[in-house]
Design a protein around this ligand. Structure first.
Ligand code: 16G
Ligand code: ZN
Length: 534
């Protein structure tokens, strides 16, 4: 450890006696409680970098959560989430006393036989939260305490950090590991697919203009910077671009959960809208339907279906048919989407537990894995074997596929990349957002939560679709669901990010769905507070 270790430690002392765990997507809590955790994770990042002998990433953000929250995600060498086997080490280091810290670190170095002579290279980025700058300094102190080398990216989106980590670790084969490198890679691919003057060219029902709700976050800043690289290929208007409060009544999470447009936005028929979340790794599309005049939303499920059907068509036109192309979803996927994928697209669909790391992991097992959470987080992964096959293919459409692959940020869901992917597909199909929306009709659905004393009394199996404990709860849920008839479904799961149990319901009408969700919430509440004999 660095000779100034104690001095750096005292600057970032642990003043809060509260247990905090590395959750679904890293640490997340009130920003004022995170200083010591940031410092310790800076140290840990230097150790992880030495173990894997590669560049590691750190992103400071609490994504779609309120401005006063913050968080930290660690990014492994291929740009993917931290290896789950290290999550318990993070939790352990985050919660010990300052006095135990140095000994614990030395023990970890010994247990894992970490070669401290290896250069530890850590890439770091942060979002626009007012606390992010202070917390970012604490991470840098930690990297210094661990004698690591910092590569400070400053203000960036989460997916930009994931991208840059992979670029470093592939010797730039994936792209240039800079922000400009990111903009150039994506813009060049987009321009090749859509034309330099795409913004002037309407393709059947496709109009080349979008309105982006930037959630008052980093995505708004970055898409504006990217405009100069995209040139005339797409018309982009940005709203909620930083003048308001981050994620407040706007952004992808608000639109998805509230099932309505961001506050103060008067939707106009014929316009295509989309929302990023606070760190720009989620995207949700929406519009005002010309026929019924209502707000309609196209979520991660509809995005996955659009992308997979496009890829299926392209693969068949280049005559590559024996490819394992699959879609990965979670229990939150709308039943209509799963039905469409299985029965109309006739593609395999896999269901995994909530959290990007699970989806990403499953997608990597396929030749081409399209994964999306209903909340709009997702991307596509292409195996090296598949990319090589496409490169060897002489069919002229293969070039289109290769450009498409370049447009995808394969490391993680990326709102900017996803938007450009979707826009390219809609243009290529000559479709409006309304045409896309008509692929299938979502079943009405509802997400609610019950705050409980201990969410961990609930454990689940079958990719979170069934409760395992407490025994008897699943039977009660089954009995309630049965009353609502076919196409009704509900499941409950402990949140991975807050002290709550989440309840999901879908059924054939919104009234039935809401009442189903309430009934299930009631049995969960009674169970949590000891009523009802469970
Ligand atoms: C995190 C996850 C997201 C998941 C959500 C579930 C990542 C990068 N993010 O935000 O994928 O949908 O948690 O939250 O993995 P919950 O467990 O509170 O429902
Ligand atoms: Zn996010």
């Amino acid at each position: 450890m660095n000779e100034n270790f104690n001095q750096l430690l005292s600057k970032n002392a642990r003043n809060i006696d509260k247990f905090i765990a590395y959750g679904t997507a890293g640490f997340r809590d009130k920003a004022i409680e995170l200083q010591h955790i940031m410092f310790r994770m800076g140290i840990l990042a230097t150790l992880r970098a030495r173990v894997v002998k590669a560049t590691i990433g750190v992103m400071i953000t609490a994504s779609h959560n309120p401005e006063e929250d913050n968080g930290l995600k660690l990014i492994d060498p291929k740009g993917e989430m931290l290896d789950p086997s290290w999550e318990s080490i993070c939790t352990y280091l985050a919660n010990i006393n300052d006095k135990e810290l140095l000994d614990s670190i030395n023990k970890l170095i010994e247990d894992k036989s970490i070669d401290m002579s290896v250069v530890a290279h850590v890439l770091i980025g942060r979002d626009t939260r007012s606390s992010s700058e202070r917390l970012h300094k604490a991470v840098i102190d930690g990297i210094q305490a661990g004698d690591g080398r910092v590569n400070d990216f400053g203000l960036v989106t989460t997916p930009q950090v994931h991208y840059a980590v992979l670029c470093f670790n592939t010797n730039e084969e994936y792209g240039e590991p800079t922000e400009v490198g990111y903009y150039k890679k994506l813009s060049n691919a987009f321009i090749k697919l859509n034309g330099e003057n795409g913004s002037q060219i309407v393709a059947n029902n496709y109009i080349p203009s979008v309105v982006i709700d930037g959630a008052n976050g980093i995505g708004a800043i970055k898409i504006k910077q990217m405009k100069q690289f995209l040139g005339n290929s797409l018309n982009i208007e940005v709203i909620n671009d930083g003048n308001g409060v981050l994620n407040a009544f706007c952004g992808a999470d608000f639109v998805k959960v509230q099932q309505r447009a961001p506050k103060d936005l008067q939707l106009e028929v014929g316009k295509r809208y989309l929302a990023f979340d606070g760190d720009a790794d989620r995207i949700i599309y929406f519009y005002k339907n010309q026929i019924d005049g209502y707000f309609h939303m196209l979520d991660g499920d509809k995005i996955a279906v659009l992308i997979a059907s496009y890829l299926k068509d392209l693969l068949s036109s280049v005559q590559i048919s024996d490819i394992d192309l699959c879609i990965v979803q979670t229990a939150y996927a709308n039943g209509s989407s799963t039905n469409y994928i299985e029965n109309i697209l006739k593609l395999p669909v896999h269901c995994v537990p909530t959290g990007v790391k699970h989806l990403h992991h499953r997608a990597l097992q396929a030749d081409i894995g399209v994964y999306f959470e209903a909340n709009g987080h997702g991307t596509v992964t292409f195996s090296n074997k598949t990319v090589n096959r496409i490169k060897l293919c002489s069919h002229e459409t293969s070039l289109k596929l290769l450009n498409f692959i370049d447009l995808v940020n394969q490391t993680v869901g990326d709102a900017i990349s996803d938007m450009l992917v979707i826009e390219s597909i809609l243009r290529s199909k000559g479709q409006s957002i309304q045409d896309w929306d008509m692929l299938y009709t979502d079943l009405p659905n509802r997400n609610i939560k019950v705050t409980v004393k201990d969410r961990n009394v609930i454990t689940t199996g079958d990719a979170e679709r069934k409760v395992l404990t407490p025994i008897g709860l699943q039977d009660k849920i089954d009995a309630i669901v049965a009353k609502y008839g076919p196409n009704s479904r509900s499941f409950v799961r402990p949140s991975g990010t807050e002290d709550a149990v989440r309840i999901y319901a879908e059924s054939t009408t919104q009234d039935n769905t809401d009442s189903l969700a309430k009934e299930v919430a009631k049995v969960v509440y009674d169970m949590a507070y000891g009523v009802g004999g469970l």
